[in-house]
Design a protein around this ligand. Structure first.
Ligand SMILES: N[C@@H](CCC(=O)N[C@@H](CS)C(=O)NCC(=O)O)C(=O)O
Length: 294
């Protein structure tokens, strides 16, 4: 790969597999399955195929919030998709999400031909409408909630794919790229900070799917938990975002949801698969690894 300042794009782009960036081994310029691999199916109508990244956490938090509200129909099986091993390119996963990215949801509550839902924002909205909660029904409030939900879906790629990629994952540091995305992420944090200076939650007085969508990305960034970029972006300036992020982090459903499909951090916080509410007490990695091998 050439020095960034020497690079002149060729007439036709070609795929250079060895570009060196983190995750380069899973990036491809084509869609579709690379191998046959059926998805497992558990006992509940809702089957989630995911990983405990900010996009994955949105859905497990939502499902745990629904269960906490008493919606027993939201019981779910959460299966781990290891994206660093290319499991998102298995035929079963691609049938659930042709875009090959976690999270993907299959809803079998109507029978053996499931409803497939992909894109975390679409999954949040699907579940909110299915259970009639966490999204306002009054038109003005609903519009506000939808606006912030879609804001998140459009904005987070600047945070993850832009700032996070060039600050933490690219094979070398490119000042132009880091400047561009640092500026945009700080602007986004300021957008949220101003909103949260006037409102307890993102869409108003009530906690909604807009909070659930935004919290794992911008709450995580404001708390300095993403890309080790907190000091660089001086995130402590966003005091209203931090106040909001701290309030959400205390919710029991959020604490549970962020453990599901998690493969990093303390073993006691990693619940690789979730099939039952009791799994939080018995199936975390610290407990599984402490069990004597058969
Ligand atoms: N817009 C999508 C983004 C999903 C996404 O980027 N997922 C990442 C993990 S956080 C992924 O599966 N990456 C695998 C890949 O790019 O091959 C959503 O919100 O669901």
């Amino acid at each position: 790969m050439s020095d960034p300042t020497d690079y002149v794009p060729p007439k036709i782009w070609t795929w250079n597999k060895a570009n060196g960036g983190r995750f380069a081994n899973i990036n491809r310029p084509v869609a579709g399955a690379t191998h046959e691999q059926a998805l497992p199916r558990g006992k509940h109508p809702l089957q989630l195929y995911s990983l405990g990244t900010p996009n994955g956490i949105k859905v497990t938090v939502m499902l745990e919030e629904l269960l906490a509200q008493g919606h027993s129909g939201a019981e779910y099986d959460a299966w781990l998709i290891r994206i660093n091993e290319g499991q998102q390119f298995g035929s079963g996963f691609v049938a659930a999400n042709p875009n090959s990215k976690i999270p993907a949801l299959l809803d079998y509550s109507g029978g053996d031909t499931p409803v497939r839902v992909f894109e975390s924002g679409a999954i949040l909205l699907y579940l909110a409408e299915k259970f009639g909660t966490l999204v306002p029904t009054e038109p003005a409030l609903r519009a506000e909630c939808m606006s912030w939900l879609f804001w998140q879906m459009g904005s987070a790629p600047y945070l993850g794919g832009g700032f996070g990629h060039f600050y933490a994952y690219a094979p070398f540091k490119i000042e132009y790229a880091i400047d561009r995305f640092a500026m945009e992420v700080k602007r986004e944090l300021d957008v949220l900070n101003r909103r949260l200076a006037e409102s307890r939650f993102i869409a108003g007085d009530d906690y909604t799917i807009a909070d659930i969508a935004i919290w794992p990305w911008y709450g995580g960034m404001a708390k300095g938990q993403l890309y080790e970029g907190g000091e660089f972006l001086q995130v402590q300036e966003y005091t209203h975002v931090i106040r909001w992020a701290d309030e959400i982090a205390k919710r029991p459903a959020v604490r549970r949801g962020r453990m599901v499909n998690r493969v990093m951090g303390p073993l006691a916080n990693q619940l690789h698969e979730r099939h039952d509410a009791s799994d939080f007490d018995t199936q975390t990695q610290d407990k599984l690894q402490a069990k004597p091998q058969a």
